[in-house]
Every structure is written in structure tokens, then in C-alpha cells.
Design a protein around this ligand. Structure first.
Ligand code: SF4
Length: 706
């Protein structure tokens, strides 16, 4: 029986800003949403996506009941939870017995809650005995993870949102922050309005809406960021705008970098980047003379075959100028997904273990195995996203569990991903939405609870944990992700470790968090002082928050000591490497992909809200007017855009924000919205050698009228 209107404080489920929301509901249905004035990420503000969350309850799009098919040629039929999970456990156990633990894999999501992630990690590593567990965060932040770890010693963004407001000079690189992190951008706009002397430089091949706030926009050629950052360093060195005292006291490796930077003269860099020497000089001067300097970045740096080098080259600038560990200063990655940080913390990339540990480190494996009460954890290197789906395609992985993500829309080289999913003998999809492209391939579809229907923790870009709370029951038979995972794990235990006490007897997400947090004690991200109850009492908190602490930690490295073996931060001298796919006569345009303001990922949720199509109604390929003229096209013409991997048919649109020789296509459109396999039929699976993050931002394409 519905009750009168109630309010439940929770957290937005979209981007990594992690805004607090107040869910209005009657105990059964969500009726409204407001920004939470008490939440320190947003102080009551919401963007267009957050403020329409209550309109995303369309049950027609939801997965409501478990559905199973026993053969690929059949349609799925409704089943009950016991039959569904028993069947899954039998298939996984038989596959593991026959082909070994690495013949199964888990592909999970930056939108899961921390407790969901933890349950999946324990399932894969402790019970199944495989490191084949990767996340769509591989597509999002893995280059930033490598950048932080190799330069600063830990995957720990050192700054807070308040630093953005306090900074004198901000460099925003490869981020259309106005669209991708809108509420944080509003905070930046307000700060710039109250302190007009604050300088903002935007580095982006496109003139995005973020550039409207910039004092300087560097429209570099796609993928040339490393050359740009080395070129800025060259000028900082030449002008004496470096902090030699900081370098000597707190860093190592500077001489090697200095040698490399000699070759990145302003003239050479201007040529590589396609910008003027004057604008390069102006950028270096703003950075070199700023009392405090901060950098913000997102997918433009990360989604690249040299993503790790781009991250380290940017962090080099902070170390060389001593601009880290003080107010308004430091490198600060803007996390794409709402809980990509929580995933990294719980070890939800193939190469990680809980508590920012490494799966390849024997001591770390032994610590976690001991804590979990199992003999060992697997040593074999786990497959990362692109490798994993290739292993599925060629038949090495025979049972695949996908949770809360849509690889049949989001991974590059979609033709191969669809082939892999079609060929995989057993695909489980655990999903809130039945409409995703991936659900079509599910042999077993498990309905998951969605936002407002489940409970747990998320960590936002500034290391702040917030409570996501349940306001209403999940529809029909949908269940929270942690509960599905633990229920399946207990059934699999009966096959793999019969008669032994269960590793998965958790009463709820708070119990999962209590077990998980002990694995962070003494680590850089120490959460051992936190609990669901404490966050309910004190509000969202930033890690580290060790046992006995009374508040979180807003800024890292203020003492100049870094979590490396030497205690010093490390410069990296990676030379510039061009994007993998070169421009050539048959594919003369460089395709860039990115976000729209009002859509999220593959649109499974935002695509159910009519008003979110008001900003951009339909997919179109954006080209500079000169490129349209060259091809005798006008806006609205239907074109075929093709890359080496596939093609799409869609309208073209003139856009002066895109430089000649380039093209822009929003990342969101899957084959529900486009003729062809969606945006990522065009993108390529090349990836960074260290982070394994794919190069979703650079593909050679050509366009022709149809
Ligand atoms: Fe949600 Fe991000 Fe918008 Fe905040 S900025 S309301 S977290 S989508």
C-alpha cells in the first residue's frame, strides 16, 4: 500500500562527480528527485541527467524475471531464481572441471556498488580460482591508474573538488567537463565568476562547450598530448619556471626527462600538435607563473594507445613545478563512472586485488588468500577487456558472466564483440535493463535491482564514499547485484568445495563492507575506520579514513612523501607516439568519440526519458563545413561512414567546433538507434601496452553520400 511522500537521501548513479540526491517516493514508486543540499559533492545542484532520474522507471525496459534458454536456437523462457542459479552453477562447475578455471570469466561494471564488486572479486579469485575478472572501467580510467601508480606510487587522486575552486590556473585536458561532469563544471564556473583572475586552459581537438570558459583553448591534433606536455616542460625549463628545490627533495628521474624534453622545442611541438608557438608559450607561461596549478583530465588522455604516457607526462608538469600536495594544486583525474574508484579499490580489474593490491604480487596474493581462508589465489595473469572478448571469440573462454554493462555497444570493433558473444557457449547477463544490445546474447538473463532499489557504497572522483540507499522495492523478481552474486557463489561452492563453510554468507551489503574494509587496513586507501553506520552519521567521507580517524583526508602528499619504495615521486620520460591508426588516403578523417550532455553510456536508462532527447534528438556525424563542401554534402544528408572495421549509415551535420580532417560521433548510439552496429563498429581495439585501455578516441574513417 503506497504511503505519503517520503524522502530518502542517496547518490546519483551516473557520473563520477557523485552528487547527493534526495529521492522522493511513496514507499513503492519514485516520484521525484532533488539535489541534496548537504552533500559536499554538489550542495544541492543536479544536472539534466540527475534531475530526471525519477523519470527512468519505465518497467517496459526492465528485466523483471530470470529467463533461460537451454540451446542457442531457442528463445529464452521465464524461469525461477532457484532453477536459474542452479543451472548457472552446474554449467560453470562443469566448464571449470573440464577446461580449468581460466575457461570462465566475469566482465563487470563501474556502475556496480562497492559491495557488489567485492562479492564478484571473491567469487572469481577465491572460489573459481581465476583472475579473469575485468570491468568496463578498463575502458574508462585504467590509464589514469597506471599514471598515478608509476608516477606517484599509488592509485590515489591527490586533490579535492575544493581545490578546483581554489586553483589559480587549471589545465583541462581531453575532457568536455561541461557535458561529462556538469555539476563540477558549474562549481568551476562559479569559482571563475567570483575570481576572474583564475586562468583556465582547455586542451581538446574540438571546441567543446567547456572551451566557453577557457582563457586559452589549444585545439591540438588528436593524440598529440604527450608532445604538448613535453613542449610545455621544455619552456618551463628554458624560462626557469620549475621548482628545483621540490624536484631535489621529493622526486627522482628528472635528469632523464630533462634530456628528453630538449628535443621538444616550441617549433617542433607546435608542428606536431598543429597549434601556434605563441599559444604553446602562453600556456606554459600561465602554468609556470601560477601560484597554484591544477590539471583535470578524462577520456581524451585515457582512451589512447599511449594513455599511460599521457598521464605520466601531465603529472611530470606538477612534479617539475612542485604543484602538488597544496591547496589548488595537483593532478586530478575526473572519473567517468559513478563507482569506477570503488572498483579499483576492491580490485575489480584483472591485474588487481582488494585494497589496491596487485594480482601479480605473491605477497599480496598470500595476504588476501589468508584473509579469505583459502590456500592460494590464482597466479595466471587475468584477461583484460579486449583480450577477454578475443579469448571468448576464439573459444578459450566458454562461460562468461556479464554484470551491469553493455559490451555489445561499448567495446571497440563491435563486429568481433558480437561474434564473440554469439559464439560463447554460455553467456549470463545480470542486468536491470532487458533492452541492452548485450541482453540479446544472454543464455541466462538475471534481473537486477536498479538505482533507488538497492543499497551500498560508491566512491567519487575525490575519494569520497557516499551511501547509495534503497527507497523502493525492486520491481517483480529483480534482486540486488550482491545478493545474486552471493547466491550463485553459494551454489557453485556445492560443486567446487562441498562440505566446507561458505565464503559467501553475508546478511547484506553492510556485512560485505565490514569484511572488505579490513583488507584496506594499513594500505594507501585505508577505509578501516568507515562503516555504513558512520557514513550515515557523519555524511560522505574521503579516504584514507583509518580506524580511529574522525574525518577523512581531503588532500594527499602535503608532506612531499610518496608511497614509492624511495618515498619519492618518479618522473617518466616516455617519448611521444602517434595514435595507432594513421590518416591515409582511404581513411582521411580522424574520428573522435565522446559524450552528449544529456545521455549516459549506452542509453539503457537515459534512453527511456523523452526530454533527454531534447538536446540532441538523433545520431549524426559532425564534420567541419569544409569537409562537407569537399564531398558535396549538406547538413542532414544521409552518409555512410566507414572505417577499416565496419560502417554506419546516419545523417551528417556541419560543425565548426570540429577541425578539418576530423570527425566527431557521440559514443552513446548502439544498434537500437543506428543502422549498423553502433558507434563502436568504427573504433579499433588497439590498446595501451601498460594500462590495456583501448584507443576509443582515434580511428581513421571516410564518409560518402548514400
Ligand atoms: Fe549525476 Fe554526474 Fe549530473 Fe551529478 S553531475 S547529477 S553525479 S550525472
Amino acid at each position: 500500500m503506497p504511503q505519503s511522500t517520503q524522502t530518502t537521501a542517496s547518490t546519483c548513479c551516473y557520473c563520477g562527480v557523485g552528487c547527493g540526491v534526495l529521492i522522493e517516493h511513496d514507499g513503492e514508486h519514485i516520484t521525484g528527485v532533488q539535489g541534496d543540499p548537504a552533500h559536499p559533492a554538489n550542495y544541492g545542484r543536479l544536472c539534466s541527467k540527475g534531475s530526471t532520474l525519477h523519470l527512468t522507471g519505465d518497467l517496459a525496459a526492465r528485466a523483471l524475471h530470470p529467463e533461460l534458454r537451454l540451446s542457442k536456437g531457442l528463445a529464452r523462457a521465464r524461469t525461477d531464481w532457484d532453477s536459474a542459479l542452479d543451472h548457472a552453477a552446474t554449467v560453470f562447475a562443469e566448464t571449470i572441471r573440464e577446461h580449468g578455471p581460466d575457461s570462465v570469466a566475469f566482465y563487470i561494471s563501474g556502475q556496480l556498488l562497492t559491495e557488489d564488486y567485492y562479492a564478484f572479486n571473491k567469487l572469481a579469485r577465491a572460489l573459481v580460482g581465476t583472475n579473469n575478472i575485468d570491468s568496463n572501467s578498463r575502458l574508462c580510467m585504467s590509464s589514469a591508474v597506471v599514471g598515478y601508480k608509476r608516477s606517484l606510487g599509488a592509485d590515489a587522486p591527490p586533490c579535492s573538488y575544493e581545490d578546483i575552486e581554489q586553483s589559480d590556473c587549471l589545465l583541462i585536458a581531453g575532457s568536455n567537463m561541461a557535458y561529462a561532469h556538469p555539476v563540477l563544471f558549474r562549481r568551476l564556473e562559479a569559482a571563475k565568476a567570483s575570481r576572474p583572475d583564475m586562468k583556465i586552459v582547455v586542451v581538446d581537438p574540438r571546441r567543446t562547450d567547456t572551451c566557453e570558459l577557457a582563457d586559452l583553448h589549444l585545439a591540438i591534433l588528436p593524440g598529440t598530448d604527450v608532445a604538448l606536455f613535453h613542449g610545455i616542460l621544455h619552456i618551463l625549463l628554458w624560462e626557469g619556471w620549475i621548482d628545483r628545490t621540490y624536484i631535489d627533495a621529493h622526486t627522482e628521474g628528472f635528469d632523464e626527462l630533462k634530456k628528453l624534453a630538449r628535443d621538444y622545442t616550441p617549433a617542433a611541438v607546435a608542428e606536431i600538435c598543429g597549434i601556434s608557438v605563441d599559444s604553446l608559450q602562453a600556456c606554459a607561461e600561465l602554468i609556470g607563473k601560477a601560484p597554484s596549478f591544477m590539471s583535470l583530465w578524462c577520456m581524451g588522455l585515457n582512451q589512447s594507445s599511449s594513455g599511460s604516457a599521457k598521464n605520466s607526462a601531465l603529472i611530470n608538469l606538477h612534479l617539475a613545478t612542485g604543484q602538488i600536495g597544496k591547496p589548488g594544486a595537483g593532478p586530478f583525474s575526473l572519473t567517468g563512472q559513478p563507482n569506477a574508484m570503488g572498483g579499483r579499490e576492491t580490485g575489480s580489474l584483472a591485474n588487481l586485488l582488494p585494497g589496491h593490491r596487485e594480482a601479480g604480487n605473491a605477497e599480496h596474493r598470500s595476504e588476501v588468500a589468508g584473509y579469505w581462508g583459502v590456500d592460494t589465489l590464482p597466479e595466471t595473469t587475468g584477461l583484460t577487456a579486449i583480450e577477454l572478448f578475443e579469448a571468448v571469440r576464439v573459444g578459450k573462454v566458454k562461460a562468461l558472466w556479464i554484470a551491469c554493462t553493455n559490451p555489445a555497444q561499448s567495446l571497440p570493433d563491435q563486429q568481433k564483440i558480437h561474434e564473440a558473444l554469439a559464439a560463447c557457449p554460455f553467456v549470463v547477463v545480470q542486468e536491470a535493463y532487458a533492452t541492452t544490445e548485450t541482453c540479446r546474447y544472454a543464455d541466462l538473463l538475471l534481473p537486477a535491482a536498479g538505482w533507488g532499489e538497492k543499497e551500498g557504497m560508491v566512491t567519487n572522483s575525490e575519494r569520497r564514499l557516499s551511501h547509495v540507499r534503497r527507497a523502493v522495492p525492486a520491481p517483480a523478481e529483480a534482486r540486488p547485484d550482491w545478493a545474486i552474486t552471493c547466491d550463485f557463489a553459494r551454489r557453485l561452492e556445492q560443486h567446487l568445495r562441498p562440505g566446507q563453510p561458505s565464503l559467501f554468507d553475508f546478511a547484506g551489503p553492510a556485512a560485505l563492507f565490514e569484511e572488505y574494509k579490513q583488507l584496506t587496513a594499513g594500505r594507501d586507501l585505508d577505509l578501516s575506520g568507515l562503516s555504513h553506520a558512520l557514513i550515515d552519521d557523519l555524511g560522505p567521507q574521503q579516504w584514507p579514513f583509518p580506524a580511529g580517524a574522525s574525518r577523512g583526508t581531503p588532500r594527499l602528499y602535503a608532506d612531499g612523501v610518496f608511497p614509492t619504495a624511495s618515498g619519492r615521486a618518479r618522473f617518466h620520460a616516455d617519448p611521444f607516439r602517434a595514435p595507432q591508426e594513421k590518416r591515409e588516403a582511404r581513411y582521411p578523417l580522424t574520428l573522435n568519440t565522446g559524450r552528449l550532455r544529456d545521455q549516459w553510456h549506452g542509453m539503457s536508462r537515459t534512453g527511456t526519458v523523452a526530454q533527454l532527447f531534447g538536446h540532441v534528438e538523433e545520431a549524426a556525424l559532425n564534420l567541419h563545413p569544409d569537409e562537407l563542401r569537399r564531398r558535396c554534402l549538406v547538413s542532414g544528408d544521409l552518409i555512410k561512414v566507414r572505417s577499416r572495421r565496419g560502417s554506419l549509415i546516419l545523417p551528417v551535420q556541419a560543425d565548426e567546433a570540429v577541425r578539418p580532417g576530423q570527425a566527431f560521433l557521440p559514443m552513446h548510439w548502439g544498434d537500437r538507434f543506428l543502422k549498423g552496429l553502433g558507434t563502436n563498429v568504427l573504433t579499433l581495439p588497439a590498446f595501451d601496452p601498460l594500462s590495456k585501455q583501448p584507443e576509443l578516441k582515434h580511428a581513421g574513417v571516410e564518409v560518402e553520400k548514400v
